[in-house]
Ligand binder design. Structure first.
Ligand code: SF4
Ligand code: SF4
Length: 178
């Protein structure tokens, strides 16, 4: 696919998606040579680490209404990252509409997981989805004492399993993680 056409379609898709920035797919973005962690911290990014091993925590504070608000200054991994769907699109093996349908399906699944986490008692706290899920499910529920919570917990575990499988199959690229 022509680079200009690809870039314009990718831009439309990413601004309908945000899954690789909003804490659904990744917990961190590792800083690379040439990145400027201190400048990113001044821009409000949550930078952690020491001695040249820095990373940026997700969900990314720069993501506003599914747009990257530090686009020109985003770290190297963000600039280089292409999810599996964008790779397929670039190779002409899928279409914008098909990718959009997958994005909508995945975002709906992620929203369901977030909703179930809240209904199970853990409020939104700005942490990555997988961390919230693991924190919640690390506390056992007694099915006899709290049958409704136990049933919701089961729904949550099934929804999370489905989401992870879906993301791994459709979006996570094989060699380079963000
Ligand atoms: S997961 Fe893919 S389509 Fe979605 S925002 Fe990231 S790169 Fe764009
Ligand atoms: S800096 Fe921009 S591209 Fe990178 S994770 Fe944050 S919102 Fe996404």
């Amino acid at each position: 696919m022509n680079a200009e056409v690809f870039s314009s379609i990718a831009s439309r898709l990413c601004t309908a998606c945000g899954l690789c920035c909003d804490g659904t797919m990744f917990q961190i973005v590792k800083m690379q040579h040439g990145d400027r962690p201190s400048e990113l911290a001044k821009l409000g990014m949550r930078i952690r680490g020491k001695e040249g091993e820095f990373h940026m925590e997700q969900p990314c504070p720069a993501l506003k209404e599914l747009c990257c608000t530090i686009y020109e200054r985003r770290p190297a991994r963000c600039r280089l990252f292409l999810c599996q769907q964008l790779r397929l699109l670039q190779a002409g093996e899928t279409t914008e509409n098909d990718v959009l349908a997958l994005i909508e399906e995945t975002r709906a699944q992620a929203a369901q997981v977030r909703d179930l986490i809240e209904r199970c008692g853990l409020r939104e706290d700005g942490q990555p989805l997988i961390e919230r899920f693991e924190r919640l499910t690390s506390t056992p529920v007694d099915e006899k004492l709290e049958p409704e919570i136990a049933a919701m917990r089961e729904d949550l575990e099934n929804a999370m399993k489905k989401l992870r499988l879906f993301i791994n199959r459709e979006f996570r690229p094989p060699p380079l993680s963000k």
